[in-house]
Design a protein around this ligand. Structure first.
Ligand code: NI
Length: 266
């Protein structure tokens, strides 16, 4: 089982990431991919990957931080992204969710930062790990207008939530789709119109991947506590059941999918 998207590079894991990693490996998680959201957290993701054979890094500027980047950020990111255990550029994309801390970052700035990183990924021959929150149509529009910069396969949408039309477009472009612990929650998240289980049923089996987004989106029955990579197994069990296949079959398929998306993953 692989956790294709988590943040052990965040402060909340500073004191016990080693325990958390060992617990995940003991439970059968074979690869853990830490994702940056800023230059600092990207650097830390790469450092962690250097400490454990099973860890890899994805680096990039999250749209929510698009207003904080400074002079030559893209040059600095290129340096970080050129490390051997960096397997993709992410999490990058668009986010129109109104955050309590700083609302919505100027959409024009978000788009500029997104597009710069699509071009960087192309230059470095790396796939994309896409973040979309309440901006599905815009993300698709931007990706379509930069089609020539996408690899084949182009990468994945992380923590998918959108309409079925957006899902269809993402699949048509060749993207894989990641689901997290929130697939186990009942009802609809605020601002969404299709339930996550409904979306998880629609994705072809050879395009699904599993992730935790730790420390966020803890699956039931642990919702309310800090999420961690070992819980990716709970999400996988839930989706396997939803799809009417065994956990073993689902695990083998998602591992295969992950390696297809990220050729640098060993
Ligand atoms: Ni994340």
């Amino acid at each position: 089982m692989i956790d294709v998207h988590c943040h052990l590079n965040f402060k909340t894991f500073a004191d016990d990431y080693d325990v958390v990693i060992k617990r995940a490996l003991a439970k059968g998680v074979t690869r853990i991919i830490n994702v940056g959201t800023s230059l600092e957290s990207s650097e830390w993701a790469v450092k962690l990957a250097g400490q454990y054979d099973e860890l890899y890094a994805i680096v990039g500027i999250h749209p929510h931080h698009a207003d904080k980047v400074q002079h030559d950020w893209i040059g600095k990111l290129e340096k970080i992204a050129s490390q051997p255990k960096v397997i993709a550029i992410g999490e990058i994309g668009m986010d129109f969710y109104e955050y309590k801390s700083n609302g919505i970052v100027d959409p024009k700035r978000q788009e500029e930062v997104f597009v710069e990183q699509i071009k960087l990924a192309h230059k470095l021959n790396l796939p994309l790990q896409i973040h979309n929150r309440h901006a599905g149509e815009k993300v698709i529009e931007i990706l379509l207008s930069h089609k020539s910069h996408l690899l084949n396969p182009p990468g994945m949408f992380h923590c998918f939530a959108a309409t079925k039309e957006v899902l269809k477009s993402a699949l048509q472009m060749g993207f894989a789709i990641g689901f997290d612990g929130n697939v186990t929650y009942s009802g609809l998240a605020r601002g969404e119109t299709v339930s996550l289980p409904d979306l998880a049923r629609e994705v072809p089996l050879d395009r699904i991947v599993t992730e935790t987004d730790s420390p966020y989106l803890t699956p039931l029955p642990y919702r309310g506590s800090r999420n961690e990579p070992s819980y990716v197994i709970i999400t996988a069990e839930f989706i396997a059941k939803l799809r009417g296949i065994s956990f073993e079959e689902f695990e083998a398929q998602t591992d295969k999918n992950t390696h297809a998306i990220f050729p640098k993953l060993r």
